[in-house]
Design a protein around this ligand. Sequence first.
Ligand code: ADP
Ligand code: ASP
Ligand code: MG
Length: 452
Amino acid sequence: MQPTVLKFGGTSVHDDAALLRLANIVRSQLEDLPVVVVSAMRGVTDALLTGTRLAREGHAGRGFEAVEAQISRYSAVAAALLPEEAAGAVDDLVARAALEISDLLRIISLHPGTFLPLQDEIVSYGERLSASLVAEVLRSRDIPGVAVDARRCIVTSEEHTQAAPLPGPTDESTRAALLPLLESRQVPVLGGFIGSSTSGATTTLGRGGSDYTAALVGAAVDSREIQIWTDVTGFLTADPRVASNARPIDRLSYAEAAELALSGAKVLHPKTIQPAVERAIPVRVCNSHFPTEPGTRIDAESIPSPLAVKAIAHKPGITIVQVISTRMLGAHGFLRALFEVFDRNRTAVDVVSTSEVSVSLSVEDARSLPTIVEELRTLGTVRVESGYAIISVVGEGLQSTPGIPARVFGAISDLEIALISQGASDINLTCVIREEVVNDAVRRLHDTFFGG
Ligand code: ADP
Ligand code: ASP
Ligand code: MG
């Protein structure tokens, strides 16, 4: 038995028309044993987070208003698409969710210290309601959908908001929950992004984490393909919101897709590739508005393009940390001590550049920076500057293709480049530049490599 995982993102479940498209896509693959993974409707996770923040600031009532306006969309879509009884069942679920969320918000406003675990609990309602609604919509279209609580499948660490899935228990629980349904030709529908810790608390996998769930589920059931259905026709040559002439890419290797995702191509959560690589499962990124378009296929094969460059990715919101120390001169153990500081504080470093007396690093997650800076002061003078962006040119064989750096630096020669990284792998050239010029830089590099 080789199922297929189909993941539908926030815009692919956000209204009645989107849900009808979803049902048609699932129907067209019924022979391939679909497992459906869904996100919250677009905007719902943001509203749930806003509600939690307001409650934490002491405004539980206002927080609930922000939430209620959004989760009522599930009832509205159910009323538009479902027979009366099924619509009533969804309505009951939404009403119960509203009551429970309201209680949780009140607890947060009274005990702000409880906020993180309760935030994950509150946020999980978005994906849980999506799964229930989508299963009902499928059944109303004669497709045997069954909602499965993803917290029974994805077993994680206790790190709220950024939980790490535990591979062994996740595989086991996912198979136990899904295989009997698939054997009886039912279509499991589960929410992405959410899991539960070994102690039973609700956890989440980080923003955009439904893609990651799809890959974890795909690996657990040894699926033939993991399909990511979204609002663009696959990976494009750049972020289409920045380069309006960006065009779809037919094929990417796992390494290229992972590099692009890590460098900010939001179309795929960066952790999605790992479970797929481990079981050699192809990933396909498709457009739910144009289901017959092939989208982008991602697998182990590396197909160098004549240009070497496949795409340009960028990520704003980057902070540069610089440590200057004469102790570095000829000393060993300095870099290890420096990286241990970031490691202890669970902060990932993206780009690193060193000189004889200083090290500069870029980080995205600035939450632990106050502690990190404090600890780094024992190593030297520390400077921190926010407001940067990463920009990466990605493609297999890039480093061995002559002339690429000259073309990259030629296109952005007038911009100040704070950090450069090339040579760590053969597939990317990465710079860190000021955030306010990054969109312009993306457009210029796109024109350079893909024409205007
Ligand atoms: P979903 O809700 O389906 O998960 P996301 O909003 O997370 O969708 O991801 C899709 C969005 O990613 C696109 O609408 C696009 O704006 C953005 N994006 C950024 N870089 C790229 C890229 N290189 N190719 C395609 N989309 C990209
Ligand atoms: N709903 C979650 C988010 O908005 C997860 C996802 O959409 O992948 O981040
Ligand atoms: Mg996404």
